[in-house]
Ligand binder design. Structure first.
Ligand code: OGA
Length: 357
């Protein structure tokens, strides 16, 4: 009998909150809990299609197109931005389009049908919201669908939409392909960092994968609410696909918030806390947030990748110089507990791991 292995999502808890899509469609007053005077919603600048580093996977993998500078660009993007957009990633346009369409169709269903896949109180998987730890806490203007993907025995099909009927197959195909792209990226990162590729492979051999599908309804007072509170990701690598043409992702660079406008069909990849720890701070896990549009809904799918929960998080030996290790050694499981208890405190989980402030 296969036992269910522990996965990061099982280590978190979240309180249930109102459905934001319904709230947005009603004439009701926006509840106080959604107003975010403490967060600066307006970005300082928007970065256009080409400004967020663009990495061409074909130039890194296809022997006929190999461009050595591309590996350098990948490395600098991870060190200086913590974010990049990946083009020519090899995922067929058809798979991307189907994923976007099925996500849109799910969120268009009447509430009752969506609620068939609702979170069970005290859990994170399913349709609802996560990171809600208290009744007083400020809330994000979004509904999310969170699912475990890999290993497949962690899938809880109670939470996987069966409407649209293609949803499950589409998500399965999309995430499988994303997992393969991520495996390639790990190999390229090892090359950039000068780390033994076998060590990198060992860490991520049984990697865990989960998704959060985000639905950000429009809001009449868009400049007062926030779709996703500022945070860095607790993953090793995250892959984000914007599912429609509405922009809203902001990333922090040199203490300034910048609005990202990705290239159509590019995947946005970002370094998570675990990769920052394992690279001894060489690659950066960057705070990001999502803003809301006044007229249009916005949809996205984030796919998170973690080493298996028993892995001990410590830097690759090649990356420890005379200054030593910058972070406490901790298991991926302990880190996930710390991260999910983070109470929307941005980079707090990672900060608390630093040996020197
Ligand atoms: C996330 C995320 C950003 C976005 O879900 O973790 O970073 O633009 N989303 O939806």
């Amino acid at each position: 009998m296969s036992s269910k292995s522990t996965n990061p999502l099982e280590l978190g808890r979240s309180l249930s909150v109102p459905n934001v899509q319904e709230l947005a469609q009603s004439d009701d007053q926006i509840p106080e809990r959604y107003f975010r005077p403490e967060v600066d919603v307006a970005p300082l600048a928007s970065i256009d299609e080409d400004e967020l580093p663009v990495i061409d996977l074909m130039k890194l993998l296809n022997p006929e197109l190999i461009d050595k500078d591309e590996l350098f660009r990948l490395g600098s993007a991870c060190k200086e931005w913590g974010f990049f957009q990946l083009i020519n990633h090899g995922i067929p346009e058809e798979v991307i389009e189907k994923t976007k369409n099925d996500i849109k169709k799910f969120f268009k269903l009447p509430l009752k049908e969506k609620e068939a896949f609702k979170q069970i109180p005290g859990h994170i998987e399913g349709y609802g919201q996560i990171f809600v730890h208290s009744e007083e806490q400020k809330l994000d203007w979004a509904d999310v669908l969170t699912l475990n993907i890999q290993p497949s025995q962690n899938r809880d099909m109670r939470f996987w939409p069966s409407n649209p009927t293609t949803f499950r197959d589409t998500l399965d195909t999309y995430t499988l392909k994303i997992g393969k792209v991520v495996d390639c990226i790990y190999g390229l990162m090892a090359e950039d960092l000068g780390v033994d590729p076998q060590d990198m492979l060992n860490i991520f051999r049984d990697q865990l994968q989960s998704v959060r599908i985000n639905y950000y309804p429009p809001c009449k007072q868009a400049n007062k609410v926030l779709g996703l509170s500022p945070r860095s990701d607790g993953s090793a690598l995250t892959v984000l696909l914007q599912a429609n043409d509405v922009h809203g992702l902001q990333i922090k660079k040199n203490d300034k918030w910048l609005l990202v406008k990705p290239k159509p069909s590019a995947l946005i990849i970002n370094i998570g806390d675990i990769m920052e720890i394992m690279t001894n701070g060489k690659y950066k896990s960057i705070e990001h947030k999502a803003i809301i549009n006044m007229e249009d809904e916005r949809l996205s799918i984030a796919t998170f990748h973690f080493p298996s929960i028993d892995v001990l998080l410590r830097p690759f030996p090649e990356l420890v110089n005379s200054d030593g290790e910058l972070y406490k050694t901790i298991s991926a499981k302990e880190y996930a507990i710390e991260y999910f208890a983070g109470k929307l405190n941005g980079k707090n989980a990672l900060e608390s791991m630093k040996l020197r402030k």
